[in-house]
Design a protein. Structure first.
Length: 149
């Protein structure tokens, strides 16, 4: 909780009114997380996060550029397909983060997660592959201090 408060303090001006509303929202969110059994055995790794940030920024820009090009140019054909991917991350925060971040890869969207199988929607064959998802999953595991096989 203190980490989130520090991030908010860095990103936003420390105004008393904002801290009161933000603090209340943070307490409610953490309380709901714990009440719903959201305790996680994963730990946070600053080194894994530092290694993830450049990857995250590059993939976010690539994703935005790719989708913009496809939307503005009829010469870039779309050939949508679904890719089924076996998730290796344990149930919890790391898995939720992984599924959310997939949508930042160029031309991808996390469509459905059932048990350990994730369905990813791709705009075209060449936008992502199982190897791309494995690399992303490995990087997410490093953020949470997890080892995946």
């Amino acid at each position: 909780m203190l980490l989130f408060a520090l991030v908010c303090w860095i990103l936003f001006e420390p105004r008393p009114g904002a801290w009161a509303a933000g603090g209340l929202a943070l307490l409610v969110a953490v309380s709901l997380h714990v009440a719903l059994g959201g305790r996680s055995r994963a730990r946070f790794s600053p080194i894994g996060t530092a290694r993830f940030l450049p990857f995250f920024l590059i993939q976010s820009v690539r994703g935005g550029v790719d989708v913009s090009r496809r939307a503005l140019s009829p010469a870039l054909p779309l050939s949508p397909r679904l890719l089924r991917y076996s998730v290796r991350l344990p149930v919890g925060s790391a898995r939720v983060f992984f599924v959310g971040v997939i949508s930042l890869l160029p031309g991808t969207f996390s469509a459905e997660l059932q048990e350990d199988e994730l369905t990813v929607h791709l705009l075209a064959k060449e936008v992502a592959s199982e190897e791309t998802l494995r690399e992303l999953e490995r990087r997410v595991a490093a953020i949470f201090g997890l080892s995946i096989s």
